[in-house]
Ligand binder design. Sequence first.
Ligand code: G3I
Length: 364
Amino acid sequence: MSTHITGRLTRRSFVNSVGTALGGAGALLAGGLPISIANSAVTKTPFGIAVELEPFRNDPEYRKALTKYADILVPMNALKWASLRHNRHEFDFNGADEIIEFAKLHGKSVRGHALLWYAYNPKWVEAISSAKQAEKLLVEHIEQVVDRYRGVIPSWDVVNEVVAHDPLSQGNWRKGIWLDLLGRKHVEIAFKAAARTDPNAQLVINDYDLANFGRRFDARRDAILAIVRNLQDQNIPVHGVGLQAHLYAERETDADGLALFVKKLTSLGVKLLVTELDVIDWRLARDPKRRDLAVARTASEFLAALYSAGDVESITCWGITDKYSWITDVFKRKDGAPNRPLPLDRNYQPKPLFHTIEKYRNLG
Ligand code: G3I
């Protein structure tokens, strides 16, 4: 049910609760940039988990795993337009608030996903036909959502998947409502609105298919770099690039291409975040033990390339247990065997992927 909530969660109450939970260490820098659990005792790369509402509400083991393993929680769907905007006039923050309250209680930081996406918009948004209306709506949305969580969500995926799937055949930009109505400046509008609303927030451009060999992947990395440079040329803040890292086990990592990409981003002063890590195992041989090793190897090659080239600000997995994953719905295996894309198995036991991530996190 929709509720219109005007109040904000305050920065102070969040920091205090996090500080208490951490024995006073605090989870946010004074400037508001996310360092998650930044205290002297913890030097590991912070680990995030994207949280799905249904198991969050109904599966106590799932909540236990979030408590035990995460430094950062990311509402997987609850901050998307389709979840927040059932109609033009109201915001439904219930799902996001539940997750964020849980984060506060357990001393976790939070990342926000996502303020603009071509997909998962409500029908009434898709029906908009004028540029003026679209810009007004986009700016109002970002202002309301970012303001509500100012000081509480220190890092946002401002734009998600704005690069075309194949820039070589489609041009750099992802088609969709925002590009159709506003042109390429939709990205600038979004970043400006977010920066104006929370000048302390870390603002991230998030995208997929940035890790492998091939001209399409080169073109996608180039497109991201071009967008970052364009924003910087106009003095519009952009602080991070999110590599979703939905990795296909059958694809080869382009270690050199990825390392070069990281170095270029670093030289532009932009941070690197792994935002949606999981491994698509649909084409691997069935044997679970061997499959788990192959999944871990895929992630290891990817993380090795990143860590060889620069700092990784955080590693977030798109879920935590194989019991709940979008991959099970979208990448079903021909042999009917359940997918095994995430760090914990269906019984919440750590798999080789878990240990691989730990190994790289320990590099700091
Ligand atoms: O919550 C309802 C549930 O009540 C209902 O029974 C069920 C019936 O289908 O639908 C449930 O909602 C689904 C929701 O996930 C929660 O599981 C939606 O139909 C489904 O469309 C939605 O899919 C999400 C998808 O984004 C679209 O928003 C996936 O969970 C989520 O993992 C996926 O995440 C994206 C990232 O945002 C961007 N990068 C790619 C990634 C994977 O596609």
